[in-house]
Design a protein around this ligand. Structure first.
Ligand SMILES: [Zn+2]
Length: 691
């Protein structure tokens, strides 16, 4: 972008002489200037002091630690009673410097328990305008769900397993240890459980044309996080704040009816037992190409030839290393396609899989696996290359949810169609919905499955960062992609709403517009930072630096902010404070445009015939860069961009001076809405047309 003449130093001195210098002006002052209320001041009060675990750089510190938890799980799917039962052995390794007297285990299924669900008990307090779907999602309707915990055993001194002293507090279970677990020590737990699979929620079942689909998630008792910030993270699962888990290795055996096909986190260990020879051959071929091919074609599902055995049960065995969770899906209705992807210059093949019922065709067979591969590309460029061996996408009852290596997406072709859409069999709308939700859910592998932020507290740390990258994936996949969720112009409506809370509000305290708060607004802020404030070079190095430094680790909000400041090379306190810690909006107002002959001002017209003086007031609560389109009488328009620093000493008013030989006919502040100015009515100045 081209800058046009700015006010020179000589002129500045002249103006200063004419107008007494105003006192420091702050947007949010107490009228006295006795305390520092600058929007640019550091966030010392908001951020914890850096320490050995979390360095001032925003990167993990020299003494950073986190726990390690490994699981061996056997589970069975009961398709008659729609229930899941299982037993697990948990090996817990204490890397913390603290001795632990007890362990906390998350029991997320209890959000659907009539006995234990806090959300169900508090359902009367949910906002009246909440949609039916949102209520179901929060577990607000009665369902005989929740865990039946059949046994809890813990390793006694000497290694023997004994019944553990434990109690359940709603969605959390405390297991008391026979003796304190010292730093560096290991302890094992065994838990047996079962639960009924609900119709809605994070994991669910659904009857489609060809039969039942089960998507099983948040399904086994999972170790809560013990970290340097929370100690034990014991925030209850209320349905919205998602989850925060430790990394470890998973060895999972899933027993289902022989006519089912299973997809899961991790790599299948026993293809010879559960796939036909033909399917194994097709898989090997499929990974050699980015173009998906069928492993189970639509006309093959539920045929005898499609399964190695016709009746009884089969056990599918998966291993997954360095993951923070494990989910799976099972159905006899799955069509299955697959492809392979290699990053440029690498030999490692990443498997991309899609499994869906015929109800999801045509659509899934054309879009899903391609969208999975698009995600690997875009996120690989903007954050880091996908480290896992596979990424899968499954269609079923869950609208959109993410687990390591496995996404659940609900989009399906439906409704009456006309013209080209009827011929193709699905609408543009549903095509974009599937692209969008696939890139989003597969994108969650990066945030928070690998960059393991505390979702139960901070929705924006994974949803916001992920929504930001998702957009770039969408337009790379389809340049005509219509929606730009989280772009600065599209966030203006939300910024006008007086009834919002800051992004830095914990997930279960966001009373309305969760999507705009946790997803769109942080994404819009990051897009603004990249495209307007910092530019791609500075932003991308800071952002990928943060993502890589915290891969397989647990960042906090202040780590993100600090890493961005240090990576980009500037103090962005004004942005973090304004955009993340407040609900203030940007409203710049063009209050006057005055014109004076330069000759009169400087005694010569060397610098241009006219001197224009534009007075811009800051009427919102944010400081933001100024962007101004100036149109001249010759019809040319130039974009003037001024950094946020114009507001450092006077946050309320800035006067911009411009020398030019041409007449200005029109000035527009924030063209296109890229700084999300919420009031366009005070952004425009025009010379009245001559008749
Ligand atoms: Zn998400």
């Amino acid at each position: 972008m081209k800058m046009i003449g700015r006010i020179g130093l000589g002129t500045l001195a002249l103006l200063v002489a004419a107008v007494p210098l105003p006192a420091q002006q702050w947007l949010h002052d107490d009228g006295t200037s006795e305390t520092n209320q600058s929007m640019f001041r550091d966030l010392d009060a908001e951020w914890p002091a850096p320490n050995e675990m979390r360095a001032a750089s925003g990167y993990p510190g020299a003494a950073y630690w986190q726990q390690e938890v490994n699981y061996v799980i056997q589970t069975q799917l009961d398709t008659v009673n729609h229930a899941v039962s299982g037993s697990e052995r948990i090996d817990y390794h204490n890397n913390s410097p603290d001795a632990l007297r007890f362990l906390w285990v998350q029991l997320d299924q209890n959000v659907r328990s009539l006995e234990y669900s806090r959300t169900y008990e508090a359902r009367g307090a949910l906002p009246k305008e909440m949609s039916e779907r949102a209520r179901q999602f929060l577990g607000a309707d009665p369902f005989d769900g929740g865990y039946d915990i059949k046994a809890v055993r813990v390793q006694a001194p000497g290694g023997r397993l004994m019944d553990a002293d434990h109690f359940i507090n709603n969605t959390m279970m405390r297991v008391n240890l026979p003796e304190p677990l010292e730093p560096g020590g290991d302890v094992a737990l065994e838990i047996e459980w079962s639960f009924n699979v609900p119709d809605f929620g994070r994991g669910a079942k659904e009857l489609v044309e060809d039969g039942w689909i089960y998507e099983i998630a948040q399904w086994f008792p999972r170790m809560a996080v013990y970290d340097d910030v929370n100690g034990w993270q014991t925030d209850q699962f209320l349905g919205r704040g998602e989850f925060y888990l430790e990394f470890g290795n998973y060895d999972v055996s899933i027993t289902v009816p022989a006519n089912h096909v299973v997809e899961a986190t991790g790599v299948l260990q026993n293809p010879d037992d559960v796939l036909t020879a033909e399917q194994r051959r097709r898989l090997a071929r499929a990974f050699q190409s980015e173009t998906p091919t069928y492993i189970i074609a639509p006309d093959e599902i539920m045929t005898p030839a499609s399964r190695p055995r016709q009746d009884g049960m089969l056990t599918w065995h998966f291993l997954a290393n360095d993951v923070r969770d494990f989910a799976w899906a099972s159905s006899k209705t799955f069509v299955w396609d697959a492809a392979g992807y290699k990053y440029p210059g690498q030999d490692r093949v990443i498997e991309a899989h899609s499994l869906y019922p015929r109800d999801a065709m045509p659509l899934w067979n054309e879009i899903s696996t391609a969208a999975v591969i698009q995600t690997l590309k875009t996120y690989g460029e903007m954050a880091f290359e996908f480290p896992y061996p596979k990424a899968s996408n499954v269609n079923g009852p869950v609208g959109g949810m993410e687990y390591p290596m496995l996404a659940f997406c609900g989009a399906r072709p439906r409704g009456e169609l006309e013209g080209a859409e009827a011929e193709r069999g699905y609408s543009d709308g549903v095509k974009w919905a599937l692209m969008s939700v696939t890139i989003h859910e597969v994108g969650h592998n990066w945030f928070p499955m690998i960059v393991d932020s505390d979702e139960r507290k901070w929705t924006w740390m994974d949803e916001g960062l992920n929504t930001f990258l998702q957009h770039y994936g969408e337009v790379e996949m389809d340049p005509n992609f219509p929606s730009w969720r989280g772009s600065p112009p599209s966030i203006r409506d939300y910024m006008r709403d007086p009834d919002q809370v800051p992004i830095m509000t914990q997930s279960d305290l966001i009373h309305k517009d969760f999507g705009n708060n946790g997803y769109s607004k942080p994404a819009a802020g990051l897009t603004m930072l990249r495209e307007i404030v910092l530019g791609p070079e500075a932003f991308d190095q800071a952002f990928s630096g943060y993502a890589q430094a915290w891969s397989f680790k647990k960042p906090q909000p202040s780590d993100f902010f600090r890493a961005m400041d240090e990576g980009a090379g500037e103090n962005l306190a004004w942005m973090w404070r304004g955009w993340f810690y407040t609900t203030y909006a940007n409203d710049q107002s063009l209050v006057s445009v005055e014109r004076q002959p330069t000759e009169e001002l400087l005694g010569s017209s060397e610098r241009g015939e006219w001197y224009y003086r534009m007075t811009i007031d800051n009427e919102g609560g944010l400081v933001m860069p100024i962007r101004m389109n100036v149109t001249f009488d010759d019809g040319n328009t130039e974009l003037i961009q001024l950094p946020v620093d114009v507001w450092r000493n006077n946050e309320k008013r800035f006067i911009y001076g411009l020398f030019t030989d041409r007449d200005i006919t029109r000035i527009e502040l924030d063209p296109g809405g890229w700084t999300a100015d919420i009031d366009e009515s005070n952004n425009l100045w025009e010379v009245a047309p001559t008749t």
